[in-house]
Design a protein around this ligand. Structure first.
Ligand code: RFL
Ligand code: PHB
Length: 402
């Protein structure tokens, strides 16, 4: 097989890249290790930045999101039994917080790629990358997990295969530097069949640990509580989860959490991670393959989409005029944004969680910070600007704004 851009992974990064390249007239093939049903059924992110929403709309894949998504104007930070609203819309000059589940974005992108004749090969196994520092890098894989070995010869390879995929390890260890922080806590996430308990997302800081109230639809709600990342979900019968949610979210003004049957629950660990550079020869990493953020800032999917916008522009410039300048600067351009999102995600995580090693002094500093961001317009504006998403502003040395 031969294609211009071989894409490994059909997550938000790989699918959006393939979609953008198609709009630029550049062909690509996506290979994905899971089945279509699996990728379309995996529950992950919920919050889309305004820039992501704008891009989905501008490229013709936003119609269902505009119909079925939820558009909030703010978020609530809750601590000491009281809620404090951050008016994101007002503080950012009109940006929204959009709630539209990642697997719905995936469904929309898969449908758009297939409708346009795009090629996605699902359920592949044994994926490996070869000849990355030549003009004809290659991807090898097996169809249907253990079928015959196949090879795709490409001009470029996009490693969009998430944190555990084979792309990042294909960059020689002597070339890449990795930065990492593992947090001593995780999130237990649930889906429950119940009406929303609040009109906007609630991020709660409590002595017993963090809690988050989010939504998926008028009928299904998404909630999280901070737990030990090594804990077993078997230790969390539904009653215990509700007990913690009630305790951590309780207010002095009688606010009520609405319970319903829990239809899904799992525990995830939390880490911050950055790989620098995000490119090697003709391989470009995008999304979780290159960087991970804890979900507290709701940035992961949005960063993946931002990366592939830069990559698609670079590839477009290469195929249109043979220029390599943007491709050469891919890592540098992306990492400026990535590190700012890493900082914000680390900040939100530090601000909202109970830290096992916190002294009484650290705890009072945390509460003072919460008091500050919810009472100072300057501090609230900074939080709102980061939460809603920093602008996609960068210039090429030729002065072309992207
Ligand atoms: P993905 O989504 O992991 O997709 C990678 C794809 O590559 C496939 N793959 C392979 N394919 C071929 N060959 C191989 N050898 C392969 N190995 C892996 C995988 O099957 C998969 O389909 O990475 P991508 O595209 O970079 O997207 C990143 C996002 O998925 C991730 O950052 C977000 O889900 C993070 N995240 C959130 N991000 C937000 O922007 N807003 C949120 O509100 C938000 N909430 C969250 C989150 C992540 C969470 N979890 C579960 C980690 C909430 C949670 C709980
Ligand atoms: C979600 O709805 O899954 C969600 C919302 C906000 C976050 C993370 C996840 O910060």
């Amino acid at each position: 097989m031969r294609t211009q851009v071989g894409i490994i992974g059909a997550g938000p990064a790989g699918l959006m890249l393939s979609h953008l390249l198609h709009l630029y007239g550049i062909e690509s093939i996506i290979i994905e290790s899971r089945t279509r049903e699996e990728i379309e059924g995996t529950i992950r992110a919920g919050v889309l930045e305004q820039g992501t929403v704008d891009l989905l709309n501008a490229t013709g894949v936003g119609e269902r999101m505009m119909r079925e998504g939820h558009f909030h104007h703010g978020i609530e930070l809750r601590f000491n039994g009281k809620g404090h609203r951050i008016d994101i819309h007002e503080l950012t000059g009109g940006k929204n917080v959009t709630i539209y589940a990642q697997h719905e974005v995936i469904k929309d992108l898969v449908a758009a790629r297939l409708k346009a004749g795009g090629e996605i090969i699902f359920n592949v196994g044994d994926v490996s990358l070869h000849q990355l520092d030549t003009p004809t890098p290659k991807i090898r894989f097996r169809k249907d997990q253990d079928g015959e070995l196949q090879e795709i010869t490409c001009d470029f390879i996009a490693g969009c295969d998430g944190f555990h995929g084979p792309s990042r390890p294909a960059i020689p260890e002597t070339v890449r530097k990795e930065y990492q922080k593992i947090y001593p806590f995780g999130w237990l996430g649930i889906l429950t069949v119940a009406p929303p308990s609040a009109p906007e997302l609630i991020y709660a800081n409590h002595e017993r640990g963090f809690a988050l109230v989010s939504t998926r639809s008028p009928e299904i709600q998404r909630m999280y509580i901070q737990v030990d990342p090594r804990d077993d979900i078997a230790n969390w019968p539904d009653d215990r989860i509700w007990e913690e949610l009630h305790a951590r979210l309780a207010t002095h003004d009688g606010w009520e959490l609405i319970e319903g049957p829990i239809i899904q629950k799992n525990i995830i660990a939390m880490r911050s991670f950055v790989c620098d550079p995000m490119q090697y020869g003709r391989l470009f990493l995008a999304g979780d393959a290159a960087h991970i953020v804890p979900p507290t800032g709701a940035k992961g999917l949005n960063l993946a989409v931002a990366d592939v916008q830069v990559l698609a522009r670079g590839l477009e410039s290469f195929y249109r005029s043979g220029k390599t300048e943007l491709l050469e600067r891919y890592s540098e351009i992306c990492l400026r944004r990535v590190w700012k999102a890493e900082r914000f995600s680390w900040y939100m995580t530090s601000l909202l969680h109970r830290h096992p090693d916190h002294t009484p002094f650290d705890r009072r500093i945390q509460l003072a910070e919460l008091d500050y961001v919810t009472s100072s317009r300057a501090a609230a504006t900074s939080l709102a600007e980061n939460y809603a998403g920093l602008p996609m502003e960068f210039e090429t040395t030729a002065g072309v704004s992207l």
